[in-house]
Design a protein around this ligand. Structure first.
Ligand SMILES: CC(=O)CC(=O)O
Length: 259
């Protein structure tokens, strides 16, 4: 392979048959089960990266089924998204941890955007006749169980579409250098595009998290469940932009002359 061939083909690894194709990534019938809960402010302060700030001590625990996603296949994920304020003071989401069962989106999610993805076994289904059930197993251990009344109360799909499309999403992307030092250390922002919510419901919900050394979901403990939504949508996961580069920090703010 010539140097020119390498430059021409280089996108991801393995260079001639990458673990995932080039974007765009369109999701059809993407099903979200999101339980919002209050946690300890101190626990959030310890994990939310500057310049983002903790907003209202709310975590969204998510179970997501993706039966039809271009390039990534049919897979399920589960994890924690923290409600934050960004540098503009806008309410945003920071993805703290995601566990999923498919190599393509694990590799692509980490390498392209910087999603904090690890391999595990999430599940989202209807249990019995009337319950939305989400579970997350790490190895043989059950570390999260969420339940909600199935299609309990309908929500306005236009409002839910706007919420998904308008909210900025942030990730802390860290990729090591060959010497083990960080080569990339960036705060990445991305949006969901062409969002069409097909169905949306809210209902009574419960969430149980268990401690695990390698999947510490319980380190953001559930103090109070404040609501739950079940949403089915078509959408495109847009590419990201670098919002802050920790290896090339911005100039320090200059002090005012008379201080
Ligand atoms: C790459 C992905 O899998 C992104 C996501 O939907 O979490």
């Amino acid at each position: 392979m010539t140097e020119e061939d390498i430059r021409k083909h280089a996108f991801a690894m393995p260079v001639l048959n990458p673990a995932y194709p080039r974007p765009p990534f369109r999701f059809i019938n993407r099903e979200y089960f999101i339980i919002s809960y209050e946690t300890d402010r101190d626990a959030l302060e310890a994990v939310v990266p500057e310049p983002l700030t903790v907003d209202n001590a709310i975590v969204h625990y998510e179970f997501i089924r993706m039966p039809d996603s271009s390039g990534f296949g049919d897979y399920t994920e589960s994890g924690q998204v923290i409600s934050v304020l960004d540098e503009d003071g806008k309410r945003a989401n920071f993805t703290h941890a995601m566990y999923l069962d498919d190599e393509g989106p694990i590799a692509g999610g980490r390498e392209i955007w910087g999603f904090p993805k690890k391999l595990a076994s999430p599940r989202l289904c209807v249990d019995g006749k009337d319950t939305v059930l989400g579970t997350l197993d790490y190895g043989t251990q059950r570390i999260a169980t969420g339940t909600m009344g199935y299609k309990y109360r309908a929500l306005d799909t236009a409002i839910e579409s706007r919420k998904l499309a308008d909210t900025p999403n942030y990730l802390l992307k860290v990729i090591p250098h060959v010497d083990g030092s960080p080569r990339i250390c960036e705060l990445v922002r991305f949006f969901l595009r062409d969002v069409e919510v097909i169905g949306a419901w809210e209902g009574p919900a419960a969430l149980e998290l268990h401690p695990h050394a390698l999947a510490p979901v319980a380190e953001l403990p559930v103090r109070k469940v404040i609501g739950a939504r079940h949403i089915v949508a078509n959408l495109t996961l847009d590419l990201g932009e670098v919002a802050y580069d920790y290896l090339a920090p911005a100039e320090p703010v200059r002090l005012a002359v008379n201080q």
